[in-house]
Design a binder for this molecule. Structure first.
Ligand code: ATP
Length: 197
């Protein structure tokens, strides 16, 4: 069981703007939806959780490790699926995953292959493995985003505004994919859509 604990976290930016006010949360395996309108502070909270930004006050612990003082510990166990997956042109889904797997430190070629095939099957993109990612539909790109976030078997993944621009069928498919994967890890889902949560 993974546990993310946020104790009394506040964040004041250099210009004096108070983006986070005394946040207390305990998150365990499963999907946790962070719901709020644009500018509510979702990105500020997520950056603080993963140690990209130090809080002005308070502490964050991931599986007992202090994130503020040891950001690399959580960063090694983290996957991130951005709102729009910016991709290199002319690179196939498989080759891009291969490249990202190397960056994530999966040095063994066989292990990389196994993980990539497994993930492409999981997100239902195995038939598109040799297609260039920039030719994918919006839904396929989001599912690809989840596949790359899951490379390296992370213990926590952050998924940012995933269903923007997806049709209802793709949205359901995407949400089912997250539910299937949320049993053994923490999934933080940032969105302004109540239905997604
Ligand atoms: N580096 C910064 N310096 C000053 N103010 C900032 C900085 N970054 C964000 N803010 C402000 O903090 C508030 C929260 O921003 P944040 O990006 O966390 O919101 P959000 O909920 O993620 O919004 P969105 O959905 O638009 O990404 C906003 O008012 C924003 O203008």
């Amino acid at each position: 069981m993974n546990i993310l604990r946020i104790n009394n976290v506040s964040l004041v930016y250099n210009n004096g703007y108070k983006a986070l006010h005394g946040i207390n949360l305990e998150i365990k395996n499963g999907i946790f939806g962070l719901l709020g309108p644009n500018g509510a502070g979702k990105s500020s909270l997520m950056k603080t959780i993963v140690g990209l930004q130090k809080p002005s006050e308070g502490q964050v612990f991931f599986n007992g490790t202090d994130v503020v003082n040891n950001p690399l510990e959580i960063q090694k166990q983290l996957g991130f699926s951005p709102q729009y997956f910016g991709v290199y042109p002319k690179v196939s889904a498989y080759d891009l995953l291969e490249h990202l797997a190397k960056l994530k430190g999966i040095h063994n070629k066989g292990e990389r292959q196994d993980q990539i095939i497994n993930l492409l099957e999981k997100v239902n993109l195995i038939d598109a493995k040799n297609k260039e990612v920039h030719t994918f539909s919006g839904g396929m790109k989001q599912r690809f985003g989840v596949a790359q976030a899951l490379l390296g078997e992370p213990k926590i993944i952050i998924v940012d505004e995933p269903t923007a621009g997806l049709d209802p069928e793709e949205r359901n498919r995407f949400n089912a994919l997250l539910s299937e994967n949320g049993e053994d890890i923490i999934i933080l889902l940032s969105t302004h859509l109540v239905e997604d949560v």
